[in-house]
Design a protein around this ligand. Structure first.
Ligand code: BG6
Length: 524
């Protein structure tokens, strides 16, 4: 069954009226993995869903010496493998790919940007688009490159009059005032601490206004993550109990079965706290704990998230070590029994590296709603299971009647918001065991897969939103700053701890790849 056909009417929100606009969609790092695995397949899916405007011109920008044909062939392969529209026809592909072009240039070479400016400014035609194809005036620049290039590209765009900020507005002497919008989409990692993220923000804002900077956290593009606000604020039954009077604790987890694969070079300088906690887990916490925003506009929602981040309680080093755990996977096996090499043996990992592949951190929010409620953020690689979820543990009922007799075996209510897989919401409640004077917990389960044929890919949503000018699902500069503060203080505590110390004093736990998820109690 499709949710739209159910007995209840559905209500379409205003923001649904936002439409991707005609634009140059310029992908820096177009020959890289992200372009082939996510960006072009998502664009193709949007095209197949008829969500893309006809006048969207996609332009790959990278160093490799390719022509349009070779680049299109490469993207076709990526789309065939990674798009959700499998088995598409030549005609489908032709209608999409005729608007894909390639510009070979080094990211540091001003000549490449001059060419870009002339294309976007309408000074140069693109072969094959037809005489009557009117080129769009808008441009979105997608930075699918290593973070070391973010600042340089933003500067070069600004210098070429392609930005939207103080420098890039295209109104310097000799240049015509700019027509159309300019947007910059930035991938992670966005800095490696507060200082580097701040420095990057400065460069980006020198060339683009903050409202034109779209920082990606792909978790926000997931349907189940967006559902958090719908679940909380479109229902009247959750909000009255969504506070410290009724909630005992919250656990936010993202576990993965895969190790770090070939990403050792990046990962070893990051670790689980920087790679996952600073962004995905902190964002989930914000959405699960924020106050209702004044409206659904991007700034109202992001303001509320920032307030959550500002209310995170700070602790000294020893207390942070007590509240956190770090671990690294050792040799083990995957789900199929195949051997998995230890993190320490993975390519490009430094000898003797103490980089964590597992992190757990218990935070508290110093605010009226959640003061005193422990919120644990945990993430790890190479575990036995893969899932992302938010568990809201409610308080036990008072000791009258059942609780007095059953004690611990009367399980408290629990709401599981399952992000992936088995996307859905489960509510645990107690009921009578038929035929016996006994109580047993059961789950009320709602599964998105039962009511929707497919869940769109996070990137589809994010790309469509960026083309529509909706920045709700993107990270604002101050969100990134405050999120880094949390991780910076943890990193500082770890750096003063001995990796061979006790786990609650900052020691590095070793777990075999394929280990079961550690229970929260095992931390105590
Ligand atoms: C990325 C991290 O941001 O998220 C990866 O860099 C991680 O290390 C990935 O594997 C997880 O995303 P998802 O959508 O598979 O849960």
């Amino acid at each position: 069954m499709n949710i739209r056909d159910s007995e209840y009417p559905y209500c379409s929100l205003d923001s649904g009226a936002l439409k991707p606009e005609a634009a140059f969609f310029v992908v820096f790092g177009a020959t890289g993995d992200l372009a082939k695995r996510k960006i072009f397949p998502s664009l193709f899916d949007l095209h197949m869903e008829k969500t893309l405007p006809q006048r969207l011109v996609m332009l790959g920008f990278a160093r490799r010496d390719l022509d349009d044909g070779a680049f299109r062939a490469d993207m076709r392969e990526g789309c065939a493998r990674h798009s959700r529209h499998k088995g598409f026809s030549d005609a489908d592909w032709a209608s999409f790919s005729s608007r894909i072009f390639y510009l070979a240039s080094d990211v540091s070479d001003p000549a490449g940007y001059a060419r870009l400016a002339s294309l976007i400014g309408g000074g140069e035609k693109l072969a094959g688009l037809g005489q009557d194809f009117s080129l769009p005036r808008n441009a979105l620049f997608y930075l699918a490159v290593g973070p070391e290039h973010f600042g340089l590209i933003a500067d070069r765009l600004g210098e070429a009059g392609l930005g939207s900020g103080r420098r890039g507005a295209g109104t310097r002497r000799g240049q015509k005032p700019r027509e159309g919008w300019r947007r910059l989409v930035v991938e992670k990692p966005y800095g490696r601490d507060e200082a580097s993220a701040g420095a990057l923000t400065e460069v980006l804002q020198r060339n683009f206004s903050e409202r034109d900077i779209y920082r990606i956290d792909h978790y926000l593009g997931k349907e189940t993550v967006q559902n958090l606000l719908y679940l909380r604020f479109a229902n009247a039954i959750f909000e009255p109990i969504w506070n410290r009077n009724h909630i005992e604790s919250m656990d936010i987890s993202v576990f993965e079965t895969e190790g770090i694969g070939q990403r050792g070079g990046y990962y070893d300088t990051a670790g689980a706290a920087r790679d996952m906690l600073q962004n995905h887990l902190v964002q989930l916490m914000c959405l699960a704990t924020m106050e209702p925003p004044a409206s659904l506009d991007p700034e109202s929602i992001r303001n509320e998230k920032v307030k959550v981040l500002q209310s995170v309680a700070t602790h000294d080093g020893p207390e942070l070590l007590r509240r956190s755990r770090r671990g690294q996977y050792a040799e083990g096996t995957d789900g199929q029994g195949n051997p998995v090499e230890a993190y320490a043996e993975a390519p490009k990992v430094r000898t003797g590296s103490a980089t964590e592949t597992y992190v757990s951190l218990t935070l508290e929010l110093d605010n009226w709603r959640f003061s005193g409620v422990p919120i644990t953020l945990r993430t790890g690689k190479a575990f036995a299971e893969k899932f992302s979820q938010i568990v809201v543990n409610f308080r036990r009922p008072p000791a009258a009647l059942f609780a007095a007799q059953c004690g611990e075996s009367l399980l408290p209510n629990r709401l599981v918001i399952r992000i992936q897989p088995d996307e859905g919401v489960w509510l645990r409640f107690n009921a009578k065991v038929p035929g016996m004077p006994a109580i047993k917990a059961s789950d009320l389960r709602f599964s998105f897969r039962d009511v929707a044929e497919y869940l769109p890919e996070a990137y589809e949503r994010l790309i469509a939103d960026a083309l529509s000018g909706d920045s709700t699902l993107f990270i604002r500069a101050d969100e990134s700053k405050f999120a880094w503060r949390i991780v910076d203080s943890l990193e500082a505590a770890w750096s003063s701890a001995d990796p061979s110390a006790r786990p609650d004093q900052g020691g590095l736990l070793r777990y075999a790849a394929g280990s079961p998820i550690p229970s929260l109690q095992s931390h105590e």
